[in-house]
Every structure is written in structure tokens, then in C-alpha cells.
Design a protein around this ligand. Structure first.
Ligand code: HEC
Length: 157
């Protein structure tokens, strides 16, 4: 009997776990807040400057990707997929940037950039109309700038 029930119980446990996972929404974060769970004890390992340099390397390509998308209709889908993927990754980098400082305004700007990149990813999914994409890029720029004015440029004085 155990010969049957031991593997069988494993199968049942696996099915329950996988079944449960399927019911989790893709984005479990709540607007305006860091994602629930995992926050306690989370510590970024890369220096902020390294995070920022990588943000800039990817984000700096965004206007070019949008131009390429508009130039060649055959490549539109591919460019939108790339833009979506990189927006999601940048959202994750700001999700981490949140933990670099405890100040509320710092964390608010990190959350704002995260949400704006999530919005951009969503726009890519919904056809990626260039005018809307560019409007979101402008909003993103304003957030980068707001945080830099206080936390980057101030420090250099
Ligand atoms: C929550 C605050 C915050 C946000 C939001 C933010 N940054 Fe930064 N950024 C900083 C700080 C602080 C530094 C300086 C880091 C250092 O010198 O150690 C920095 C540095 C940089 C640098 C490096 C400049 C240099 O000295 O080489 C670049 C590039 C950069 N950020 C781009 C961006 C872009 C693009 C965005 C928006 C998409 C952005 N940042 C959003 C805080 C922020």
C-alpha cells in the first residue's frame, strides 16, 4: 500500500501547490506601496550608482526603440515586445531602488518610477500607440529628475 500512497501523496501535494500558484495575480503589488512580503530584511547588493547606470543604459534606448517601431511596421511587434520586456525589468530595478534609502520622498519617487514603467509595459501590451508611450516617457523623466534634484545633485554641492 505505501508503495502506491507515498508517490501518490507527492503528486497530490504538487498539484495543490501548482494549482494555488495559478490563482496568484501576475502583479501582486498594490499601487503606491512596495510589494507585500519580502520587505523585511531585504537588502540590495549592488551600489545605487550601478543600478542607475543600468537604468540609464536601457532607458536611454527607449526613444530609439519607439522610432524604430514607427519606421518599420513589420518590426512593430518585435520592438513592442522589447520595450515591454525592458520596461518590466526597469520596474524591477526601481522596486529595488526603493530599499536604498529610508526617506519617504525617496521611496515615493522609486514607487512612482516603478509604476510608470509598469504602465509603459501595459501600454506595449495594448498596441503601443506612440503618442501615449511618449507621454509616459515624459512623466518618467519628470520622476527621475525630481529625485535627482534632491538626492543626486544636492549631494554634489
Ligand atoms: C529614488 C531616487 C532616484 C530616481 C527615481 C532616479 N534616480 Fe538616478 N540617481 C539617483 C541618485 C541618488 C544618483 C547618484 C548615485 C551616486 O552617485 O552614487 C543617481 C544617478 C543617476 C545616474 C548616474 C549619473 C552619474 O553620476 O554618472 C544616471 C544616469 C541616472 N541616475 C539616471 C536615472 C534615470 C534615467 C532615472 C529615471 C528613469 C532615474 N535615474 C531615477 C536617484 C534616483
Amino acid at each position: 500500500m505505501t508503495k502506491f500512497w507515498l508517490p501518490m501523496s507527492l503528486v497530490i501535494v504538487m498539484a495543490l501547490v501548482l494549482g494555488g500558484l495559478a490563482f496568484l495575480p501576475a502583479d501582486r503589488s498594490t499601487a503606491g506601496e512596495p510589494p507585500a512580503g519580502g520587505a523585511a530584511g531585504f537588502k540590495p547588493v549592488a551600489p545605487l550608482l550601478v543600478v542607475m547606470e543600468n537604468v540609464d543604459d536601457l532607458y536611454g534606448e527607449f526613444p530609439k526603440i519607439i522610432r524604430e517601431k514607427d519606421k518599420d511596421k513589420d518590426k512593430e511587434k518585435k520592438q513592442l515586445e522589447r520595450l515591454k520586456k525592458e520596461s518590466q525589468f526597469l520596474a524591477e530595478l526601481f522596486n529595488v531602488a526603493y530599499y536604498h534609502k529610508p526617506e519617504k520622498d525617496w521611496q515615493d519617487w522609486a514607487v512612482k518610477n516603478r509604476e510608470q514603467f509598469q504602465k509603459l509595459a501595459g501600454q506595449c501590451e495594448q498596441g503601443g500607440d506612440s503618442k501615449s508611450l511618449k507621454a509616459t516617457l515624459e512623466a518618467i523623466d519628470a520622476t527621475c529628475e525630481a529625485c535627482h534634484t534632491k538626492y543626486r545633485d544636492q549631494d554634489k554641492k
